[in-house]
Design a protein around this ligand. Structure first.
Ligand code: HEC
Length: 190
């Protein structure tokens, strides 16, 4: 989800080191489409999360991250033809565990002080993949911070016995939005 932090400069991480990648084209229309998708995903989550927190506090708002996030992601996937999802190196739900290309890009994001926040590459078969870092904002700390209320902690422990997504501080990279595009029609697969 996009946070109440200034919009990041768009640096596109150069992805030539990724196996299977022949070109990194910042003029590929799917880069802009991916940005639009994650921005709308982030905004929807942000609005729903804030509403749910105001209505019933963090225990109630857990359902937004748990149920609404995947629903919004599949709705965006259905309408765009891309696969939209969230991932993290320290994930709460194992279903969100990163694939190797995602963990590589996430580590690369973390290793850089100047924070390139985007990754985009195009595969030999014409597929494309995009990742955008998600910083931890104040609103996230209720469920991802170091001092989570007992009631919230109890709910999280019940639902996510192997939760890795606690102990984040403001500004830490919480994870990323991911968009993957299928091979382009007509481009022969190798
Ligand atoms: C009300 C509690 C709550 C708040 C507040 C919250 N989250 Fe989450 N977050 C969760 C839960 C629960 C999950 C697991 C969702 C699932 O099962 O897919 C989750 C999962 C995620 C994931 C997917 C990766 C993973 O760890 O499984 C990301 C990324 C994420 N949250 C980012 C954020 C960010 C950024 C904020 C602040 C804008 C935030 N969350 C605020 C409860 C919360």
């Amino acid at each position: 989800m996009r946070l109440a932090v200034p919009r990041f400069p768009f640096f596109v991480a150069v992805a030539l080191a990724v196996a299977g990648c022949i070109s990194v084209r910042a003029d590929d229309a799917r880069l802009e489409q991916s940005r639009t998708l994650v921005e709308s995903f982030g905004e929807s989550l942000q609005i729903e999360l804030k509403g749910a927190l105001a209505d019933g506090g963090p225990t109630h708002a857990i359902t937004v991250c748990k149920d609404r996030a995947p629903q919004i992601a599949s709705e965006l996937s259905r309408t765009s033809g891309a696969k939209v999802s969230r991932t993290s190196l320290r994930y709460r739900n194992p279903a969100n565990a990163p694939e190797p290309w995602q963990s590589g890009a996430l580590r690369d994001f973390e290793a850089r002080a100047d924070a390139p926040l985007e990754y985009f590459d195009v595969g030999k078969d014409g597929s494309a993949r995009y990742l955008r870092a998600i910083p931890t904002g104040g609103v996230c700390l209720a469920c991802h911070g170091a001092a989570v209320a007992d009631e919230v902690q109890g709910r999280l422990e019940a639902d996510y016995p192997h939760d890795l997504a606690l102990g984040y501080a403001l500004g830490d990279m919480r994870g990323a939005f991911s968009v993957t595009w299928p091979p382009t029609a007509g481009v022969p697969e190798r």
